[in-house]
Design a protein around this ligand. Structure first.
Ligand code: AMP
Length: 299
């Protein structure tokens, strides 16, 4: 089955202790779509300016990503820049230039409205709801959000949360959204808003999932070398949603497996700068790391 991904398409400038890259292909929808493209057919909905490099379009098309929902508007593409601290656990945003993304008003192409799996990247809750209203009964929808929307658009956010099947957020967002510092409780409080499955990402400490009353934890894959953590969360979401779309089901056991696929893809993306690793990964490498994950948590 297919996955529809809606979110930002960006040109990122990133500096880590291991180097600096200017204007590389990035954005939440790009990381998610590239990761998911290793599992299922992917359709990307986003906006770029007329300065968006043709090479980047080719890279996405080479991964068979359907770009009929990628609009080109007069103006500049969204740009973002960040710099990481020595231990990579802290990131400072140097600038965010929304450019054409500021007026993003996602239109789902007619032939994509019946897509079964949907990932709503980090855009305003009003736009996320607008996307949902254009879809005809998807099987499984997951959403992302961020502290900015929790602060500025809480009512809309709660409404969208009550309409999706899963939310994928990080630990600080889960605490802020729920008002609870305890993540197990935070997940339950978010479920009570009306979202049955809650995934809380904890960076290098892995991921916690609460589905109904059932809890599942997956560690982050132990890596000695992390070059660039940018996009790890969106890549996790891509592996997770891609896994579900490939399986064509979302029962509690498949959701657990999908968390591991998400963790596998996130572990690959941080080993190189930007999306580089997502472009050259093989199915065999993904399967091997998935199997290593099973061994890692077996006792
Ligand atoms: P992450 O490391 O998971 O926070 O994702 C970083 C990616 O998110 C980068 O590729 C950025 O281009 C993109 N990004 C940064 N800020 C925003 C924003 N305000 N809205 C949408 N995407 C963003």
């Amino acid at each position: 089955m297919s996955l529809l991904v809606v979110g930002s398409v960006a040109l990122d400038t990133v500096e880590t202790p291991f180097g600096k890259r200017d204007e590389m292909l990035g954005g939440s929808a790009v990381y998610c779509a590239l990761a998911a493209s290793h599992f299922a057919d992917v359709k990307l909905v986003g906006v770029v300016g007329n300065d968006f490099p043709y090479d980047a379009i080719v890279l996405l098309q080479e991964r068979n990503i359907d770009l009929s929902g990628l609009e080109t508007k007069p103006g500049k593409t969204f740009r973002w820049s960040g710099v990481y601290s020595d231990d990579m656990n802290e990131r400072k945003t140097l600038y965010t230039a929304l450019n054409v993304f500021e007026e993003f008003d996602p239109t789902i192409p007619d032939d994509a409205r019946d897509t079964e799996y949907v990932f709503l990247g980090n855009i305003s809750p009003a736009l996320q709801r607008n996307v949902l209203e254009q879809m005809s009964g998807p099987q499984f929808v997951a959403m992302d959000t961020m502290n900015f929307w929790i602060d500025s658009a809480k009512t809309d956010l709660l409404d969208v949360l009550s309409k999706v099947h899963a939310v994928i957020i990080n630990d600080s967002e889960a605490r802020q959204l729920s008002g609870s510092t305890n993540l197990v409780k935070a997940a339950r409080i978010i479920q009570q808003i009306g979202c049955p499955t809650v995934l809380i990402k904890k960076g290098e400490h892995g991921c916690f999932q609460r589905c109904g009353e059932e809890c599942f934890v997956a560690p982050a894959y132990p890596l000695e070398a992390v070059l660039d953590p940018t996009g790890a969360g969106d890549t996790f979401a891509g592996g997770f949603m891609g896994h579900l779309a490939r399986a064509g089901r979302s029962d509690p056991w498949t959701l657990r497996e999908a968390v591991v696929s998400g963790s596998v893809m996130a572990s690959f993306v941080v080993e190189r700068f930007g999306v580089d690793n997502l472009l050259q990964l093989t199915d065999a490498a993904i399967q091997q790391r998935y199997d290593e994950f099973r061994a890692l948590v077996s006792f």
